[in-house]
Design a protein around this ligand. Sequence first.
Ligand SMILES: C[S@@+](CC[C@H](N)C(=O)[O-])C[C@H]1O[C@@H](n2cnc3c(N)ncnc32)[C@H](O)[C@@H]1O
Length: 285
Amino acid sequence: MNTRHEVHGHIGHERADGSAIALTRLLELDAEVLASYLAELTARIAEVADRAPERILDLGSGPGTGTLALARRFGSATVTAADISPQMLHRLHKQAAAYGVAERVSTVEANLDERWTEIGEGGPFDLIWAAAFLHHVADPGATLAQAFEHLRPGGLLAVTEMDFFPRFLPRYAGVGRPGLEARLHAATNTQPPHEWTGPLQDAGFSVVERRPFEISLDSTQTGPVLNDYAQVCLTKLRSHATDVLDADDLAALDALLDATRPHSISRRDDLSVRTTRTTWIARRP
Ligand SMILES: C[S@@+](CC[C@H](N)C(=O)[O-])C[C@H]1O[C@@H](n2cnc3c(N)ncnc32)[C@H](O)[C@@H]1O
């Protein structure tokens, strides 16, 4: 696997502490639990592509959940994974080796808010993938313009976003008042879903499709990893809830997150994951 370095300032942008580790764990659990969604999406890209992608760029790759899914789907493609975080790219290297695709994966450490000079060496690309990334950049229009430049004519851009944080609990979770998770989400998820159709068209893309993937899976479909995923997601929301939920709801949430308590998320068998991922597949004409 090759590693190229292109860090232009903003080195402190990534967090070299426990939060990078926590985010990595969340992203990897997310990909494991939602593996069927990733498989469906990459299969759809294969159907829409004018030919099998050979050169792929993963923007804001994180620990490489998309990189690995793409390397598996497109067995002869090379994938360039770009991210600002060296911790994420380090994890991606390890995962690519573990999955036996290291020779087809390279990483570029870069702030994608700036010019993508070194990334250009791996292009032009047949497919660019941006999962849970575009809303992070300073100027999405400028990012989409650079993606357009780095695609060959006929190449595809796939953008996907989590519309809202996943939900897991039944309405009555066995502790506190019914509707706890709904109140937690109402208090902490205050942003409207992202909408990229207009910005994609403004950048010159033709939008092939915009599709909300409605996901609803229980533990018979996901396996026990669902409990770990729910624990990590609800722990993250708990960290934003202190000032926005009342004391009864906070106590109920803490009881659910406590592995020693009877209704603990880590041990219950009535969880399901409900979420929506909206995906845009766009073509450079
Ligand atoms: C929510 S994570 C998504 C990771 C991955 N695409 C996934 O779906 O699992 C967002 C990623 O974007 C990266 N990122 C955010 N701003 C960036 C920037 N300006 N340049 C490069 N990477 C950036 C972060 O380091 C992080 O790995």
